[in-house]
Design a protein around this ligand. Structure first.
Ligand SMILES: Nc1ncnc2c1ncn2[C@@H]1O[C@H](COP(=O)(O)OP(=O)(O)OP(=O)(O)O)[C@@H](O)[C@H]1O
Ligand SMILES: [Mg+2]
Length: 310
């Protein structure tokens, strides 16, 4: 956790829990009579918000997957999204770069503001949006191309690197700018040292952990502001997972990282703030990661983070 994390004294925590316990919403979870309290999700932080979500609802046909979520995500930090399977974490994450547009039955209401613009307004350029807000998935999904081509794919497609006439004719690499971009992105993704002498090898020959870092390099190559990660280490062994965790913490010095994880220890290790989603697509509590894990306001969140359910 970064030094942004506020350590609260027991007295402060107690006084917070006393003053914050005013139920302001009447939503009641099917499994419990605990009422949602607005102040539990009203996270205050220093610095700027990279993303401001207001009154977000998502429906798949008649199913209500995200229930009126409002949440500000601070820039240049790691925000973890946790909660039991099916509570809407991936759906919510996909709203942040309009990936749900690709699902026919999905309907999204509400606003998601990035750089002062609501991305759900009609004239949003989705290609630009997804450059600015990149995504890394659970299973590494490199293209069946060379390591170099995987990284330069986005910038080439968007015309952001001049590949030169020879490059265009041969599909090869004759551009110094491209070479620098590939090196920079692979270094940022902590993969350069392992692949610098085999850039022309097929990416599918890399290990799972290397493939995932390659996908992160591919995402970084188009110069995003925000990186969304949906369980990026859940398919990896502990050593590869540790590398991804270190990388996420480093990336947050420059980028805004939002990461879904099922691994509670991972959320506690790498994130600055944690949002807990529970059944029915509700955001129940959102606060500094220390607070969520050590002294949450919600009994349900306490049960969840201490492993009593989920
Ligand atoms: N493409 C889809 N079409 C219809 N319903 C969907 C679709 N994707 C998700 N859902 C439903 O929306 C709800 C939330 O799903 P989502 O995948 O966002 O949950 P999650 O928290 O990411 O779960 P997990 O931890 O298992 O990945 C679930 O009830 C799920 O069945
Ligand atoms: Mg999911």
């Amino acid at each position: 956790m970064s030094d942004q994390t506020v350590t609260r004294t027991n007295d402060e925590q107690q006084s917070n829990s006393l003053t914050d316990q005013q139920p302001t919403s009447h939503t009641v979870d099917a499994e419990t009579d605990e009422q949602l309290v607005d102040s539990w999700t009203d996270y205050e932080f220093e610095g700027e918000a990279a993303i401001t979500v207001e009154d977000l609802d998502v429906y798949y046909g008649d199913d209500h997957a995200i229930d009126s979520i409002s949440m500000e995500i601070p820039e240049q930090s790691v925000t973890a999204l946790i909660g039991p399977s099916g509570c809407g974490k991936s759906t919510y994450l996909r709203c942040l770069n309009r990936m749900n547009d690709r699902i026919d039955s999905a309907r999204v209401d509400g606003t998601v503001e990035i750089d002062g613009e609501n991305i759900y307004e009609g004239d949003t350029d989705l290609v630009e949006l997804r450059k600015k807000v990149g995504m890394v998935f659970q299973s590494p999904n490199p293209f069946p191309k060379s390591i170099r081509e995987n990284v330069s794919y986005g910038p080439r497609k968007h015309g952001d690197v001049n590949v030169g006439l020879l490059g265009k004719l041969l599909g090869g690499d004759d551009s110094e700018a491209e070479r620098r971009l590939v090196e920079r992105s692979l270094k940022q993704a902590a993969l350069w040292d392992e692949v610098s002498d085999r850039l022309e090898d097929n990416a599918l020959g890399l290990s799972g952990g290397q493939q995932q870092r390659l996908c992160i390099a591919r995402c970084l190559a188009v110069d995003p502001d925000v990186i969304l990660m949906d369980e990026p280490a859940s398919a990896l062994d502990p050593v590869a997972t540790a590398k991804i965790e270190d990388l996420i913490e480093q990336l947050a010095e420059e980028y805004t990282v939002v990461v879904v994880t099922h691994n509670m220890q991972q959320a506690a290790r790498i994130s600055d703030q944690t949002a807990v989603f529970l059944t029915g697509g509700q955001l129940v509590e959102y606060d500094d990661t220390d607070k969520i894990f050590e002294n949450p306001e919600s009994d349900r969140v306490e049960d969840y983070v201490t492993g009593k359910f989920g």
